[in-house]
Design a protein around this ligand. Structure first.
Ligand code: J2J
Length: 542
């Protein structure tokens, strides 16, 4: 029985046929590959965290039980389930259980709060939410209750650990049903976009396209039976999920180590304990690790490859990775919408240090265009557009955003400004859009401005990115107060905290201004205004 209601992501037939003929899409599902690995090497360790060490066989058994549990709740193939689980082993039975039952995970980050979760629930029509009870000092159960109270379709909250008032993951009723035949061309899960304008969009990824991206990534990164991949960033992020991430590692039959937070202390201890060979971090984490390694000696000699991505890693810092950490650097420039670029393990050091890599696939089509949509000469900066066997053709249910973000012939406008070298390697120069890339977390200026405007004392607000030596970029809110209002920066930040947002979205800095300069021509666009404010701020800072 094909899963009845899981939508299929539609690439035009000629493309789908080509991607199948070339062997990129192999008609395999998440459930298929886990079953195959569990059959091939049931006793090999698959997943490790502070409390669990599960073999491939045990992981499959737990996932099949979970699949029965999901169906036992009355969920039906195609139904969406929000997954908000940090880096613990329990992530895997939960999501592989969903895959095996033909259900569709919607990945939320551990940092997301009521406002974001409510948005995901509304956009996806999710029927359930699965969480870990608590992590790093935060209790997710009251948050889940609050989300459920505002989302009529969200019928179940399922908790790994102590369920409190909710349902326990280990106590789900056994559906006692045959698991469905899952269509590999169907949407496997919904990933969260960085939200370059407005609120985060949902990104539909199919089994076929996503498995291709991490299978090929695992090959590029040389993963095999002896590799140990550590998830240092929150695993719901596309980078640690799939580049090659935990999924690429499991596909390759490697071991996955779940690191609860990326502090040097925690990460270095786990690297030594578990013999980690490869992990991926954002630039600020790489900087902290290099600092820590220079200060006190640690045994991280097992680490062969440190991947850095999510935001620009400056060449000066990139050059220090090998001398300070004693491992190779791999730069990764990717996006949850699809295209991922890697420097290759055998690229010359110069390329590894100064570029953000080249695409995974020979069929990744890359355009670098000027403002008028014409190709720029090689080596010149331009807008990056892309299309290929694992890049989406549309967001989930977003007609307006889709019209903006995709060309009529299906290229995704990444919003990034890049240069392409003759070797095909890309150098990220900046971006055209208006989000803030804060240590790899993408924040939409528009989303934050809308929250600021909800304060009765605020007349207008513009949020811009400011270069930051550690974070790469920090967020700065320029605020015009209502006449008579007397707000200070801490009050604005406290107000934003009360909006139920991920903490990383609270502006790092608040600057009060009397007015926004507008031109005589009339109302300037928000983009121009933000650029003016940023320029003035940087000027005055000098
Ligand atoms: C500069 N900017 C980068 C880099 C991403 C692997 C790695 C990262 C992501 C990711 C991912 C960058 N240098 N090395 O999904 O699978 C910025 C670009 C890009 C945006 C995408 C993966 N690596 N970026 O970061 O969806 O602006 O994915 O368009 O979170 O991050 O963000 P996101």
């Amino acid at each position: 029985v094909p899963s009845p209601s899981a939508p299929r992501q539609v690439w035009p037939e000629e493309f789908a046929t080509r991607y199948r003929e070339k062997g990129y899409w192999r008609g395999e599902t998440f459930g298929d590959f886990l079953r195959a690995r569990a059959a091939a090497h049931p006793d090999r360790l698959a997943v490790v965290d502070a409390r669990h060490r599960w073999s491939y066989g045990e992981l499959l058994a737990r996932s099949e039980r979970a699949a029965q549990g999901w169906l036992g709740l009355g969920l039906r193939p195609g139904d969406r389930v929000i997954v908000q689980i940090p880096n613990v082993a329990g992530f895997f039975p939960a999501v592989f259980g969903l895959f095996l039952a033909g259900l569709v995970p919607v990945y939320a980050l551990p940092a997301h709060r009521q406002t974001e979760l409510a948005h995901f629930a509304a956009r996806s029509g999710a029927k359930a939410l699965v969480i870990l009870d608590r992590h790093e000092g935060f209790d997710y159960r009251p948050l889940a209750a609050e989300v459920q109270a505002g989302a009529p379709e969200l019928r179940h909250v399922v908790v790994i650990g102590d369920p409190g008032p909710h349902l326990g993951f280990d106590a789900l009723p056994d559906g006692g049903q045959a698991l469905p035949q899952v269509d590999p061309a169907s949407v496997a899960f919904l990933q969260i976009s960085g939200g370059s304008t407005g609120l985060s969009k949902l990104i539909p990824r199919t089994h076929d396209d996503y498995i291709y991206s991490f299978r090929a990534s695992a090959e590029i990164c040389g993963l095999g039976a002896d590799s140990v991949y550590m998830a240092a960033l929150p695993v719901a992020h596309n980078f640690p999920m799939s580049s090659p991430g935990v999924m690429g590692a499991l596909y390759a039959g490697s071991r996955v180590v779940m690191c609860p937070n990326p502090s040097a202390d925690t990460a270095f201890r786990l690297i030594a304990q578990e013999g980690v060979t490869i992990t991926g971090v954002v630039p600020p984490v790489a900087l902290l690790w290099m600092q820590a390694a220079a200060k006190t000696p640690h045994d991280i000699s097992s680490l062969q490859v440190l991947q850095v991505g999510g935001a620009k890693f400056i060449p000066e810092a990139a050059a220090r990775v090998r001398p300070t950490l004693g491992c190779r650097l791999q730069q990764v420039f990717g996006m949850a919408e699809g295209l991922v670029n890697y420097t290759r393990l055998d690229d010359p050091e110069e390329i590894v240090v100064t570029t953000q890599g080249r695409p995974i696939s020979p069929d990744d089509e890359v355009l670098v265009l000027d403002d008028d949509g014409r190709p720029v000469p090689e080596g010149q900066p331009g807008h990056l557009l892309t299309r290929g066997p694992y890049t989406i053709r549309a967001y989930h249910d977003e007609p307006a955003a889709n019209a903006r973000s995709f060309t009529p012939d299906g290229f995704y406008r990444t919003g990034d400004i890049v240069r392409r070298l003759p070797s095909g390697h890309l150098v990220v120069q900046g971006r055209a859009g208006d989000h803030i890339n804060r240590a790899g977390e993408k924040i939409s200026a528009e989303e934050i401005e809308d929250h600021l405007l909800a304060h009765p004392g605020i007349f207008d607000a513009a949020v811009v990115s400011i270069p930051d030596a550690f974070l790469g970029e920090r967020s700065c809110a320029f605020v015009i107060l209502q006449p008579g209002a007397a707000l200070r920066a801490p009050e604005v930040k406290a107000f934003m905290r009360g909006r139920g947002l991920a903490e990383f979205k609270v502006p790092d800095q608040v600057v009060f201004v009397e007015e926004f300069q507008t031109t005589a021509v009339g109302k300037v666009s928000r983009n121009v205004l933000r650029a003016q404010l940023r320029a003035r701020f940087l000027d005055e800072g000098k």
